[in-house]
Design a protein around this ligand. Structure first.
Ligand SMILES: NC(=O)c1ccc[n+]([C@@H]2O[C@H](COP(=O)([O-])OP(=O)(O)OC[C@H]3O[C@@H](n4cnc5c(N)ncnc54)[C@H](O)[C@@H]3O)[C@@H](O)[C@H]2O)c1
Length: 438
């Protein structure tokens, strides 16, 4: 059976729901937006029309959206192809809604849940087989209109026509970069991205306590390694320490017992103290950085120095040539090189050990990190730039075990994860496979 999505019922008009509803209406789909009550849906619709950055490409798309409440209008979902749930992150509340909607939706419709961290199997456990066949996770990123990445996660019983229909709509109508992930904690982007951030806080701590400035840490963990200019501390300011704390707790509950990330699910003491006094990041106008505006209007960027646990003026840090270059800085035998190898190198090795656990191949991991976290290159593309045999030699010299994909590379005699100008990638079994179109 081939299925096609032409209309969308979005359940929940919060941050994600309103973004998905607006993007779908822009794509020409008729959209039903339901929230707890009609009044809540109307409030969401007003927000959708006024939010910054704008949720709509074309404000006239708003005409394609019909509103309603779960209490009075849930049966209307029978007219829609894609039932897209985007309500609160609570497994009991999500399950209750699915139980109510399952008898109301028509045969052939597809369902998705937008969860950041609840395993799909926990949401669908004991549900009717029709629902289990027709459901996936659609993991969009906020703001929906701007962020390219959308992770698509089928469940154990999901049929391919369902995944294909949603991949087609999200890629070709919404313009998303669809990445296929597995039903594992935090999927791909957040699993690797949060490892970078949480392990980064712990690993950078020693360097900062022994005199490296936080500005230098952020300078090293940005352009030289192909990451956005926010580096480590600036990135966490954007996300918020409160969100990172929730992520850490979810990782603690759901990471496999042997996962390296288990060592980094809670904060170092200085960051824990920041969380406790609600110094969370940009949302509280101060986390690791803040903008101090004097009475005369002069703006000064300040940094919360983790060594002194006090604010001071932030300085622009100029890296020298060796530390600006990826190929050099990862292998440089000084404090800067050690920090980069420890934090960014550690993240690359973590990613290289997660095939096939979180993704069947390197391509989906690379795309998730480029499209969702703004990395210039995905982990395997970056390893290729560094030269995998150099990385293997460094690990072997230190007596460290090779992560899964580096082992595959070594055993198959390959020299890189991609070849033929990036048109083929190295699969887990050592064979070469054509890279699917983006
Ligand atoms: N915000 C993000 O950056 C982000 C990113 C990816 C995934 N998600 C996930 O998407 C989902 C929605 O997140 P959000 O940020 O849009 O949340 P939100 O808090 O902005 O909106 C939640 C929605 O759920 C509705 N709701 C509240 N209580 C309810 C109940 N008891 N029954 C039914 N509906 C109820 C609200 O009216 C609202 O429409 C969550 O599962 C979240 O984890 C969020």
């Amino acid at each position: 059976m081939t299925r096609e999505v032409k209309s969308v019922a979005v359940l929940g008009g919060g941050t994600m729901g309103l973004g998905i509803a607006a993007a779908s209406a822009d794509a020409g789909a008729n959209v039903l937006l339901l929230d707890v009550t009609l009044a809540a849906a109307e409030a969401s619709f007003e927000r959708m029309k006024n939010i910054r950055p704008p949720a709509f490409e074309d404000p006239a798309s708003a005409d394609r959206i019909t509103l309603g409440g779960f209490d009075t209008d849930l049966a209307k979902i029978s007219d829609y192809d894609w039932i897209c749930e985007a309500i609160v992150e609570d497994v009991t509340v999500k399950r209750e809604l699915f139980e109510k909607l399952e008898p109301l939706r028509r045969d052939g419709s597809v369902i998705s849940t937008n969860t950041s961290g609840i395993p799909l199997k926990d949401i669908t456990e004991g549900m009717p087989i029709r629902l289990r066949k027709d459901i996936v996770v659609t993991h969009f990123f906020n703001p929906v209109k701007i962020m390219r990445l959308m992770e698509l996660i089928p469940g154990e019983d999901t049929t391919k026509d369902v995944t294909d229909a949603l991949a087609d709509f999200c890629a070709n109508k919404l313009g998303k970069g669809v990445v296929y992930a597995k039903d594992t904690v935090n999927f791909i982007g957040n699993r690797i991205g949060c490892f970078f951030m949480l392990s980064g806080l712990h690993k950078a701590r020693a360097a900062v306590q022994s005199g490296m400035s936080m500005e230098q840490v952020d300078a090293l963990l940005s352009k030289p390694v192909g990451l956005p200019p926010t580096g480590l501390y600036g990135l966490i300011d954007l996300i918020g320490l409160d969100i990172m704390d929730l992520v850490g707790k979810n990782l603690e509950a759901n990471l496999p017992a042997s996962d390296v990330g288990r060592g980094f699910t809670s904060f170092p003491p200085e960051e824990q103290a920041m969380l406790d006094r609600k110094q969370l990041g940009r949302k509280t106008k101060g986390g690791f950085y803040r903008l101090n505006i004097a009475e005369d209007g002069t703006k000064t960027k300040e940094i919360f120095d983790l060594k002194t646990e006090d604010w001071r003026v932030a300085e622009k840090f100029a890296l020298d040539a060796v530390h600006q270059n990826s190929e050099d800085v990862f292998f440089s035998d000084d404090a800067e090189g050690k920090l980069v190898w420890d934090i960014m190198g550690g993240t690359l090795l973590y990613a290289a050990d997660l095939v096939p656990q979180i993704s069947d191949d390197v391509v989906n991991i690379d795309r998730a990190m480029r499209w969702g976290f703004g990395w210039g290159k995905g982990p395997f593309e970056l390893l290729d730039q560094l030269n995998p045999s150099k990385v293997i030699a460094k690990l072997e010299a230190a007596g460290q075990e090779l992560p899964a994909m580096l082992k595959t590379l070594k055993e198959s005699g390959a020299e890189s994860f991609y070849r033929n100008e990036g048109t083929e990638y190295l699969a887990l079994d050592g064979s070469w496979v054509a890279v699917p179109a983006e």
